[in-house]
Design a protein around this ligand. Structure first.
Ligand SMILES: Cc1cc2nc3c(=O)[nH]c(=O)nc-3n(C[C@H](O)[C@H](O)[C@H](O)COP(=O)(O)OP(=O)(O)OC[C@H]3O[C@@H](n4cnc5c(N)ncnc54)[C@H](O)[C@@H]3O)c2cc1C
Length: 378
């Protein structure tokens, strides 16, 4: 048995990868970190849009976990089947793991049952969903396309708006835009609520492109026999193509663990501590009040890494989660906008908006490439 402190990190997504990388950088072989994920590879969320619109092949944007090698960290492929947060014991399809410190970074999953009929149509928030739409898109040459969000919070608040703008470009390139209507149904009052300037720019971009924006509404059900999306106010929208965003919640194994309330894990938003001793939650699954996006998962991971490092070294500064993140937004026509949002500094969240430009694409590429290199050495 190892006498080193045992740290168990569940989920090798944005949060888990950044956390274990920081622990390895600071503590190296002096710790025993086990990182568990059921998948073979990681993919950025935004790559799903690229796959769907044919800008990238899924294989080229997958980062294989076999390339992840960090001193002090073992990355194991296992499916987690039970979590006992009190005992810090985790059961998988291949073994039981116990930990001195447990971090749950299992992200958010999709609750198809919450929206009757959704399972019978198409969505672009999963990899198979994006790949399926990629096959269907070439056949969409006329009619009504709906980008329909079925509940909030959902991952990456600007992503449905990006989808609408990218769909416009896709249809223009194929010479069929004039035969098609695009509508975006969003349960938020504006596309990016913390940044009115970003929202105004997106609304202007929709208006210029004749994209219908239906705010403060969600898709409540889908009638597949009639190809109709039914909104939460009873309004019926007939469609020829549906690009859905399912309602989100923590994965079933987290629901069954008793750690979640109303679909999310309660945490101290600044320290990411749960109500269980030495158990933290980071990323999309944690109810911090910040958006469900990779940059925020990373920020939370930094705070937990600093707390664990200070505990293990019995010295050092503990950094609190700052609730700050930068998001790049596809505005169409190859241009990228940027918004920096700050959730915790003031009484209200604030956002700084940077106008879309072709040069910001380089920044977005750097965002992806730097993580790819840092985590996977690729
Ligand atoms: C279309 C789209 C566009 C996006 N664009 C952006 C963007 O531009 N910028 C940005 O910052 N974010 C973006 N996001 C959001 C981003 O992808 C997520 O917020 C981020 O991945 C969350 O990180 P996480 O660590 O919480 O969870 P994840 O990265 O989802 O990782 C969770 C991991 O847990 C594993 N797991 C789950 N259940 C089990 C189990 N039972 N056993 C074992 N392993 C399990 C999963 O396999 C997964 O690898 C986008 C998302 C989408 C869908």
């Amino acid at each position: 048995m190892s006498s080193k402190p045992r740290i168990l990190v569940l989920g090798a997504g944005f949060g888990g990868l950044e956390l274990t990388t920081l622990l390895s950088e600071q503590l190296g072989d002096s710790i025993d970190v086990t990182l568990i994920d059921k998948s073979d590879s990681f993919m950025f969320g935004f790559s799903k849009l690229d796959v769907m619109f044919g800008h990238a092949e899924a294989e080229s944007v997958r980062m294989p976990y076999s390339a992840y090698a960090k001193p002090g960290v073992k990355l194991l492929k296992r499916t987690i089947t039970a979590i006992d947060p009190t005992a810090r014991r985790v059961t998988t399809d291949n073994g039981v793991f116990e930990a001195d410190h447990l971090v749950v970074a299992l992200g958010a999953e999709y609750d198809f049952e919450a929206t009757p009929g959704l399972a019978g149509t198409t969505e672009f928030y999963s990899i198979p969903g994006a790949e399926r739409l990629r096959e269907l898109l070439p056949n969409f040459t006329s009619g009504h396309a709906i980008i329909g969000v079925c509940g909030a919070p959902y991952k990456c608040p600007p992503a449905p708006s990006e989808c609408a703008l990218m769909l416009h470009d896709y249809l223009v390139e194929r010479g069929v835009r004039q035969n098609c209507k695009i509508s975006l149904v969003l349960p938020l009052g504006s596309p990016v609520p913390p940044s009115p300037e970003t929202s105004r720019a997106l609304l202007a971009a929709f208006a210029e492109r004749d994209i219908e924006f239906i705010p403060s509404r969600r898709v409540a059900s889908v009638d597949n026999a009639r190809d109709v999306a039914v909104l939460d106010d009873g309004q019926e929208l007939p469609f020829n193509l549906f690009l859905g965003v399912p309602k989100h919640r923590v994965p079933p194994v987290v629901l069954a663990s008793g750690m979640s309330e109303n679909g999310w894990i309660p945490v101290n938003p600044r320290t990411l501590e749960t109500k269980y001793d030495n158990v933290y939650a980071v990323g999309d699954g944690a109810a911090t009040g910040t958006p469900k996006a990779g940059v925020f998962a990373e920020g939370a991971a930094k705070a937990v890494a600093s707390a664990l490092i200070a505990k293990l070294r019995q010295t050092g500064e503990v950094v609190q989660y700052d609730g700050f993140g930068t998001c790049y937004i596809e505005f169409g026509g190859g241009r990228i906008g940027k918004v920096e949002v700050d959730f915790f500094s003031g009484p209200q969240p604030t956002g700084n908006y940077y106008e879309p430009s072709v040069s910001l694409r380089t920044d977005k590429q750097h965002f992806g490439a730097s993580r790819r290199a840092r985590w996977f050495g690729l």
